[in-house]
Design a protein around this ligand. Structure first.
Ligand code: PNS
Length: 165
């Protein structure tokens, strides 16, 4: 079985992320959509569990996509779920530079695993969308609903009310 991981911070998940996941799900038998939680990156907007819940809502219609979260290294997660590839989207040169670095890190971190990184070019419509943009819109009281999957808008609005953003 061909298994891939789509990792990310997903704080929160955006339309751009889900376009990459949809494309990955066409190429692989199973895709683990995993919120990687790095304590050193600071608290962020959402907790690990909230990110995972939003991923589950966003991927509900995709039967070969499993939402998850993980607090350790990506290579260890890939080994745990039996994934042979990591799929990530790239929007620009900055993303590309970063992803090349990550790909090399992940390759070297476990040579036996031979974890492959597959980079998909983001569609033009999604190039300007990022989790940072959504967080900035939320912080400044601007509309953010058009940047996230329709399936997560309600849950994110509830979190917004509950947490008083
Ligand atoms: O959404 P992002 O910011 O592009 O996601 C980056 C992410 C979470 C995929 C990357 O930081 C990651 O894989 N983190 C997990 C920890 C890890 O394996 N780090 C390796 C380099 S230190």
């Amino acid at each position: 079985m061909r298994v891939a991981v789509c990792p990310g911070s997903f704080d929160p998940v955006t339309l751009g992320h889900m376009d990459i996941v949809r494309r990955a799900a066409r190429q692989f038998d199973r895709v683990y959509l995993c919120a990687m939680v790095n304590d050193r990156k600071g608290a962020g907007l959402l907790t690990a569990e909230e990110r995972r819940e939003l991923l589950a809502l966003a991927a509900a219609e995709m039967e070969n996509v499993i939402a998850d979260s993980w607090g350790g290294l990506l290579v260890d997660y890939a080994k745990k779920v039996g994934a042979g590839a990591v799929v990530k989207g790239i929007r620009d040169e900055k993303d590309l530079g970063w992803e090349l670095e990550m790909a090399e890190y992940n390759r070297r971190a476990d040579l036996e695993l031979e974890l492959e990184t597959i980079l998909l070019p983001a569609k033009e419509t999604y190039r300007g969308i990022s989790s940072t943009l959504v967080r900035e819109c939320i912080a400044s009281g601007k509309e953010w609903e058009n940047y996230v999957p329709a399936a997560v808008v309600g849950a994110l609005q509830q979190l917004q009310k509950r947490k008083g953003w």
